[in-house]
Design a protein around this ligand. Structure first.
Ligand SMILES: O=C(O)c1cc(=O)[nH]c(=O)n1[C@@H]1O[C@H](COP(=O)(O)O)[C@@H](O)[C@H]1O
Length: 256
């Protein structure tokens, strides 16, 4: 399970607003409360960027606070011409020591490759996303081979990277696609957002998406971190994280 740190000053419990760095204070308590159930944390960079320099500071402190054995994802959805991507990669892999970053594939090979040039770092490429707009481009069928565009993204990008540096974003909201995606990317890990607040089915995703290494990193952000607005919010988040993690363990047993 991956806990999404989509920390929004308008949504965190009010009493935290009196602390010196409310975003970090919220994240600190969430991390303390959930780390025994999580294998990854995914701060969504937009939530920090929106706050300007103090947001970047909260992000840096949060990254430093996450236990070192837990995988970190900079959910930044970057990707640009080669020399720019190189600096995005440097920003998230060197200046900040994230283990991975979400990358948009739209600009193609030279925009993705700079992220793959770092040892022990991962690219998480958007393949089939969880939002309604995913249908606008990702589902367009290529008449030459009748494949939707997102399948081309997966097939092509697998030529650029080994399976231990490339994951794909596969939204939970269209579980019907997961079986097919697992066929064309049997070994890659999938980052699966869209359970919880967006309504995706963990059961369906597990049924079709699990592989012998597990292969699924299931993210929930709002469904865990905003489960309570009260002073004991972290305890409630912990209970919710435990519940989801136990459900995942059950599904892992059932489907592998
Ligand atoms: O790359 C992502 O993480 C992502 C891809 C996608 O297809 N859908 C999606 O919701 N996400 C992110 O996953 C998180 C989902 O948040 P919740 O819906 O609150 O669990 C947000 O940070 C989204 O930006």
């Amino acid at each position: 399970m991956c806990v999404g740190l989509d920390t929004d000053l308008d949504k965190i419990p009010r009493h935290l607003l009196d602390s010196e760095d409310p975003v970090f204070e919220f994240n600190r308590q969430i991390i303390d409360a959930t780390h025994e159930y999580a294998v990854a944390y995914k701060p969504n960079i937009a939530f920090y960027e929106a706050l300007g320099p103090r947001g970047w500071e909260s992000l840096a402190k949060t990254l430093e606070y996450i236990p070192k054995n837990i995988f970190t994802i900079a959910d930044a959805k970057r990707g640009d011409i080669g020399n720019t991507s190189k600096l995005y990669a440097k920003a998230f892999f060197e200046t900040m020591d994230f283990d991975s970053i979400t990358v948009a594939p739209y600009m193609g090979e030279d925009s993705v490759k700079p992220f793959l040039e770092f040892d022990n770092k991962w690219v998480i490429l958007l393949a089939h996303t969880s939002n309604v707009g995913s249908a606008d481009f990702q589902l367009i069928i290529d008449e030459r081979d009748h494949r939707p565009l997102y399948e081309h993204v997966i097939i092509k990008s697998r030529e650029w990277a080994t399976t231990d540096q490339l994951m794909f974003v596969v939204g939970a909201t269209r579980a019907d696609k997961v079986e097919r995606i697992r066929e064309i990317a049997p070994e890659n890990f999938f980052l699966v957002p869209g359970v919880g607040a967006q309504g995706g089915s963990l059961e369906e995703v597990s049924k079709y998406g699990l592989n012998s290494e597990c292969g699924l990193l299931v993210n929930s952000s709002r469904g865990i971190i905003y489960v309570s607005q009260h002073e004991n919010f972290a305890k409630e988040a912990s209970k919710e994280a435990a519940k989801i993690q136990q459900e995942m363990a059950r599904l892992l047993d059932q489907y592998t």
